[in-house]
Design a protein around this ligand. Structure first.
Ligand SMILES: Nc1ncnc2c1ncn2[C@@H]1O[C@H](COP(=O)(O)OP(=O)(O)O)[C@@H](O)[C@H]1O
Ligand SMILES: [Mg+2]
Length: 243
């Protein structure tokens, strides 16, 4: 569904992605892991056209992701993103945050958008927070609103960029639980995360990005338990035993 072929991306003289090849199939959950600064966020941002890349090709269902092309709006609608820092509209309620995209991008009428937003917020466990503003919600609740908002666009895939990294430890579980439920419903997901246990239990495949390239990839259980490449082994040792 999402295909990357020899993708290169530089910021000025600094080449961050040095020829990335990867594929995410429909209904698959793929975790992208790698050291800080290895280009994980940049890769996600290139996939849904928040950043341009210079060489190679990214495509979604065969359609090339090209920041300059008119099709980019369509691709951003089909591929939603959930960020580390939620990025909710502070002056809108949870319900309004979730309704915004369907109303103004998908042009749904207010009643239909409100009904779906209510359903989605209920699904992420926030039926009693519809009228709450982000500032009155915990980090875990805000991130669940952000996931409901991503789902409201009826995307074909969702990209998650370290969705639990900004959360207090006691709130990580509730967000991972929502993501796990999505995975069970076969939502196509690409998840940047350091939650190795989550990756092992939920992901179909894991990609390890380092030095601007996918150094190793494979079935989650296999790669995380028996990494072949030395750099993958080092990385996994560091994230699972951070001392
Ligand atoms: N907008 C930007 N301008 C210049 N350099 C950037 C920009 N965004 C990211 N970078 C650089 O690209 C590299 C990869 O960043 P990033 O994709 O955020 O890594 P990761 O998400 O794996 O931690 C880093 O060296 C970072 O400083
Ligand atoms: Mg990042």
């Amino acid at each position: 569904m999402i295909k990357l072929e020899d993708v290169h991306k530089s910021f000025a003289q600094h080449e961050v992605l040095k020829g990335v090849d990867a594929e995410i199939n429909k209904g698959e959950v793929v975790c992208l892991i790698g050291p800080s600064g290895s280009g994980k966020s940049t890769l996600l941002r290139c996939i849904n056209g928040l950043e341009a890349y210079q060489r190679g090709r990214i495509s979604v269902d065969g359609e090339t992701v090209d920041v300059g092309a008119p099709t980019i709006h369509d691709i951003r609608t089909r591929v939603s993103m959930v960020f580390q820092r939620f990025n909710l509209f502070p002056h809108r309620t949870a319900l309004e945050n979730v309704m915004e995209g369907p109303r103004y991008v998908l042009k749904e009428d207010a009643q239909a958008a409100r009904q779906r937003a209510t359903q989605l917020l209920t699904r992420v466990g926030l039926a009693d927070k519809l009228q709450s503003y982000p500032s009155s919600l915990s980090g875990g609740q805000q991130q669940r609103v952000a996931i409901a908002r991503a789902l409201a666009m009826q995307p074909e895939a969702i990209l998650f960029d370290e969705p639990t990294s900004a959360l207090d430890p006691e709130m990580v579980g509730e967000v991972l639980q929502v993501m796990r439920a999505l995975a069970e419903e076969h939502m196509t997901m690409l998840v940047v995360t350091h939650e190795i246990l989550f990756a092992r239990e939920v992901a179909d495949r894991v990609l390890f990005l380092d030095g601007g390239r996918i150094v190793e990839e494979g079935p989650a259980g296999e790669l995380l338990r028996h990494p072949k490449h030395e750099r993958t082994q080092d990385f996994l040792r560091r994230v699972t035993h951070p001392v």
